[in-house]
Design a protein around this ligand. Structure first.
Ligand SMILES: C[S@@+](CC[C@H](N)C(=O)[O-])C[C@H]1O[C@@H](n2cnc3c(N)ncnc32)[C@H](O)[C@@H]1O
Length: 324
């Protein structure tokens, strides 16, 4: 059973702001512009299931729902990772602004954002059951609205967020980023994205390792049993990731530039944290990779300015100045 089945008055006020005034509450449902959306466990369900025709997307979403159900907890490393993702953003400056976390997963970045600043409100959206994990992880924050929705169709009909972010999401959409990005551009004044890079700033060693890892991913993603996935991801973390992390640590100690070492970003991370990323990396059936120029071409259709961070994770970038 649920512990917070309906919306709070504050959340209803947020719904009215983002979806317009044509809102009606009726029992466990909210009607948005005449469309009935169930409220489940404090989450507005705009998109309950993925259409059967979209089997690829359905599998991605099923898999992420399970992943975040298995890894729902915050980790100490997340604070440092947040700094990495948000290095282009004036986080304190988001005070009083409207913010959206698109493809929020279990809500880790929103949680840290809310520790560091006080937006006017925050909307978290995800198509998988991870949105229910996010709702639990952010339960003490009254200013957050949770929506189960597909980023390829989600729209806000006139409302524009001051800032939206989508970290590690759009590269998992079958068919690519174009449709979701156009939707996001219709309601985000500025946008922080993170998309898997196509190793365009790396050499042959990374390319070879990537080929091998990708073959392994294609084979392992066929495993559907959750406990087996958890066990395999732990094994990968221990046997594949840890030796590289150790090598990067040693290289760092010897004064070599760590950034040139594969998997150096995991230095200092717990095995559990690496396991979660290994799960994410090896059990997701759809992943695209983008060069810096691919991303620039996509984003400059919608925003005037795209700024890339030169720091890991690659590529994360900030889009500003929407084209209208
Ligand atoms: C790798 S996880 C990242 C989650 C979160 N941004 C983070 O970094 O912790 C990708 C998330 O995107 C969500 N997602 C994938 N495709 C989506 C879509 N079409 N619409 C909404 N969410 C989607 C998944 O359910 C999953 O929670």
């Amino acid at each position: 059973m649920t512990d917070a089945p309906l919306l709070t008055p504050r959340q209803i006020a947020i719904v009215r702001q983002v979806f317009g005034t044509d809102i009606r509450l009726d029992g466990d449902n909210v009607f948005i512009a005449g469309r009935r959306c169930p409220i489940r466990d404090g989450v507005i369900v705009l998109d309950g299931t993925v259409a059967e025709v979209d089997a690829e997307k359905a599998e991605v979403i099923r898999s992420f729902g399970e992943e975040w159900g298995s890894f729902p907890a915050m980790a100490p490393e997340h604070q440092r990772e947040f700094d990495g993702y948000f290095d282009l953003v004036d986080v304190a400056g988001l005070e009083g602004k409207t913010v959206a976390d698109l493809g929020c997963g279990m809500g880790r970045w929103s949680r840290i954002l809310l520790e560091r600043t006080t937006p006017r409100f925050l909307v978290c959206a995800d198509l998988s059951d991870a949105i229910f994990v996010a709702r639990r992880n952010l339960a003490e924050h009254p200013n957050v609205l949770f929506i189960k929705a597909d980023l390829e169709t989600l729209r806000f009909d006139g409302f524009r967020f001051d800032f939206a972010f989508s970290l590690g999401v759009l590269h998992h959409i079958p068919g690519g980023i174009a449709v979701a990005l156009a939707q996001i551009a219709s309601y985000a004044e500025s946008f922080l994205g993170y998309l898997y890079y196509a190793l365009d700033n790396r050499g042959t060693v990374f390319a070879v390792l990537f080929r091998a890892a990708d073959l392994l991913r294609r084979a392992l993603a066929r495993i559907r049993t959750e406990p087996v996935r958890r066990a395999v991801s732990w094994l990968i973390a221990l046997v594949l990731y840890k030796p590289f992390v150790l090598a990067a640590d040693i290289a760092g100690a010897l004064g070599v530039d760590k950034d040139r070492m594969p998997l150096n970003a995991y230095c200092g991370n717990s095995l559990r944290r690496i396991q979660q990323d290994a799960y994410d990396r090896f059990f997701t059936t759809v992943e695209y990779r983008y060069t810096r120029s691919d991303i620039t071409a996509h984003c400059t259709r919608h925003w005037h300015e795209v700024t890339f961070s030169d720091r890991q994770p690659y590529w994360h970038f900030l889009c500003r100045g929407p084209r209208r």
